[in-house]
Design a protein around this ligand. Structure first.
Ligand SMILES: CC(=O)SCCNC(=O)CCNC(=O)[C@H](O)C(C)(C)COP(=O)(O)OP(=O)(O)OC[C@H]1O[C@@H](n2cnc3c(N)ncnc32)[C@H](O)[C@@H]1OP(=O)(O)O
Ligand SMILES: O=C([O-])CC(=O)C(=O)O
Length: 381
């Protein structure tokens, strides 16, 4: 049996949610260009991913009303965030534990009927921005700001972070970032969430699994590391020497390379354009120029392309978001996709359980504990 490690090139399920065909990303049949160029809102994107069609005005109103009705967090969740405001706690770990805790306190978390699972999904999607903003403020010694009913999903998040209404450019930029990150076929976190769903576990567990998997630096966690790298390059003052040392020591350059895309990540052009628009003429412009230098170096030296995590780092930084929150913004968006995949997995479920190829020793003889110090000698003999 031929084995493709890392499930490279393997189709593990069918999906109607998103596709990557010839390096073209589409959500439910609409290319990402079609959606972003028509300035789709993140709320419409959620609807599209969950229901596989664009909403009518009244359908969108039902969804946005439901989200608004669930944005506020309870005193218990706020108290849990307060005790997680300690040094050295990574915000993605805080988000992971807090979404898990939301499930603990949802009395209907174990219900599996469509109405209950929809409300579980709404609860997670609506509260995630409130949780992230509240955590960001609490660790800065500030009180959380309650969500506002009259703002969009993106606008409300920026408002809850700083207490100021976002400018149109800020709101549109974050909205676009959220739309671009919302789903991506069977990436590692979606696969993990679907595997969890395939055991018939609950929605909170599936999304917690997604967050835990997105956190890794080879996946969503790369965007935080991209900004750390740009800072380090800025401090070192020599982009080529810095990157060459990374390559010589066989380290991965964060924000580059992709399992599926070889020539272009179709989301990158929008994020690059946004990074330029947001930084031009500001003190953040240097991050854009440094990013261009890194992109050129990686293309020339390794032929490796920037992925979605590369320019999103500069976009989020320009929106005033702290770099260790970047992956949480990704999670806030990807929740829309994870939920859609959990719905789809459960609607046509087969337990996800591949095989592993055993390559260890066989037929070993049990050695009593008191004799174990000589175990390797016994086994070898
Ligand atoms: C939202 C997302 O998850 S997008 C991805 C975010 N992750 C990152 O940006 C982390 C950096 N990138 C990587 O580690 C990889 O490119 C991954 C994990 C994204 C894809 O990994 P894989 O498909 O397994 O590719 P693999 O690691 O085998 O790379 C193929 C070759 O390109 C090289 N390569 C790939 N990405 C990079 C990189 N970022 N920096 C340096 N070299 C790289 C590898 O060293 C390997 O070279 P070799 O054949 O000479 O050994
Ligand atoms: O698809 C992947 O492997 C990673 C990725 O770009 C994403 O999850 O957005």
């Amino acid at each position: 049996m031929a084995v493709e490690f890392g499930l490279r090139g393997t189709f593990a399920c069918e999906t109607r949610i998103s596709s990557i065909i010839d390096e073209q990303l589409a959500y439910a049949g609409y290319t990402i260009e079609e959606l972003v160029d028509h300035q789709i809102s993140f709320e419409e994107t959620i609807y599209l991913l969950w229901y596989l069609k664009l909403p009518s005005v009244s359908e969108l109103k039902v969804l946005t009303d439901d989200l608004k009705a669930h944005m506020e967090i309870s005193d218990v969740i706020e108290a849990a965030l307060r005790i997680q405001c300690r040094e050295n706690l990574h915000p993605m770990s805080v988000l992971r534990s807090t979404i898990s805790l939301l499930g603990v306190f949802d009395r209907d978390a174990e219900k599996t009927d469509p109405e209950a699972t929809y409300l579980q999904a709404i609860n997670i999607q609506a509260k995630m921005p409130t949780i992230i903003a509240a955590f960001s403020r609490l660790r800065r010694g500030l009180d959380p700001i309650p969500p506002r009913q009259d703002l969009s999903f993106a606008g409300n998040f920026i408002y809850m972070l700083e207490g100021k209404e976002p400018t149109k450019v800020q709101e549109e930029s974050l909205n676009e970032g959220l739309v671009l990150h919302a789903d991506h076929e069977l990436n590692a976190s979606t696969f993990a969430a679907r595997s969890c769903a395939s055991t018939l576990s609950d929605m909170y567990s599936c999304i917690t699994t997604g967050i835990a998997t997105l956190k890794g630096s080879l996946h969503g966690g790369a965007n935080e590391r991209v900004f750390e790298m740009l800072r380090a390059i800025d401090a070192c003052g020599d982009t080529e020497t810095y990157l060459q040392e990374k390559l010589d020591s066989k380290e991965k350059v964060m924000g580059f390379g992709h399992r599926v895309y070889q020539t272009v990540d179709p989301r990158q052009k929008y994020l690059k354009k946004k990074a330029r628009e947001l930084t031009v003429g500001t003190e953040d412009e240097k991050w854009y120029h440094l990013s261009i230098e890194v992109e050129h170096f990686m293309r020339e030296k390794k032929g490796i392309i920037p992925n979605v995590d590369f320019y999103s780092a500069t976009v989020y930084h320009s929106l005033g978001i702290e770099s260790d929150l970047f992956t949480l913004i990704f999670a806030m968006s990807r929740t829309a996709g994870w939920v859609a995949h959990v719905f789809e997995q459960k609607s046509e479920n087969t337990l996800i359980r591949p095989r592993s190829k055993y390559v260890g020793p066989m037929n070993l003889k049990f050695v009593p504990l008191e004799l174990r110090e000589n175990v390797s000698a016994i086994q070898e003999g």
